[in-house]
Design a protein around this ligand. Sequence first.
Ligand code: APR
Ligand code: PHB
Length: 394
Amino acid sequence: MTIPDKTQVLIVGGGPAGLLLAQLLHREGVDTVVLERRARDYVLSRIRAGVLEQGTVDLLRRAGVASRLDREGLLHTGVEIAFHDERLRIDLDDLTGGRSVTVYGQTEVTADLYAARDAMNGVVVHEAEDVALHDVDGSSPYATFRKDGTTHRIDCAFIAGCDGFHGVARATIPADILKTYELVYPFGWLGVLSDVPPVHDELIYAGHENGFALCSMRSLTRSRYYIQCSLDEKAEDWSDDRFWAALAAHLPRDVAARLTTGPSIEKSIAPLRSFVVEPMRHGRLFLAGDAAHIVPPTGAKGLNLAASDIHYLSEALVAHFTRQDDKGLETYSARALARVWKAERFSWWMTTALHRFPEKGAFGARLQQAEFDYLASSRAAQQSLAENYVGLPF
Ligand code: APR
Ligand code: PHB
């Protein structure tokens, strides 16, 4: 591959955010280069959440990358919230006037985006090492990096920092300009992927005195389960039998009785945090996706927030290059953060309502029971959960 020495938009990060931005801009004639630290196989080996909001599905269709999603994605018009042995179906379709979610693994979204980059001869530089961003608050930003031992420089008009929570873009913004908001939860999720049929045809988010559990899926033959675990747990200390027994003890009895167990094909522990930086722009550098914010996976918002950021940013960049209109660039950070914070609130609410917090004592446990009882008795409460789960408007 020939690595160009200039482009219009330099995108750091070849995950969902960076690839979707490249695809949307390319379709509008805006030139991009994506710099990705890892090999493609590594990126595609990551196991991530798989619930797409209606707005995300619509955006992927507009990007021309949704044909497999439309064939293989599972349309879910409802989701279950359980608390101890009580189960409550949230009828998303009825409560939101016809909106739903689609279950389709993020890995598949990323694979579809890479296939689209290849089909359009999009430039993605894998194993780009030591990416550094320069003059981002000046008029001529550029990136330097090493590839196969050679140092490269790419000059550009704008840089999109789509390099995730551990990337370089956010770190490029001076500390005295960036405001960071963070809440770290005192537990993690132990997740298992297994080629067994899902226990239920919709997702089940379960609060229990033993801890939170989530019954999800990748297809009708591949299940994804999570249980709340302490942060000092290690995945290698969990045999499959130990996991299946613990999962059953975190679920309503009638659900546990129907579990199909089998060998795990992936087992990992992830910490939970809520995290936002402000602003999401510094000069000609724009942050999007996990580079700017993290949500606990309880609300399935991570990928969907990356999508809405990219919706705003791609529209703004296209307006700049095709109509010399910079209003979208000037309002990007405020517009993106308005939606980010609403999703942070919902993800925090789902997490605090359903996870076990021993430090909150008996009063905290009774408040969680009251939260569930109110949800079960109030259409307004169910409507609030439903409109957030299917996704607030972009
Ligand atoms: N240089 C180049 N690439 C980098 C660098 C760097 N310094 N640091 C990180 N990257 C790459 C990572 O290897 C990764 O492929 O940036 C990409 C960031 O992708 P994600 O972490 O998936 O973030 P994003 O594209 O914003 O997608 C958000 O991913 O993490 C999940 O739950 C999250 O669903 C959400 C979604
Ligand atoms: C998943 O399938 O991995 C998943 C689904 C919903 C969530 C989190 C994870 O809220």
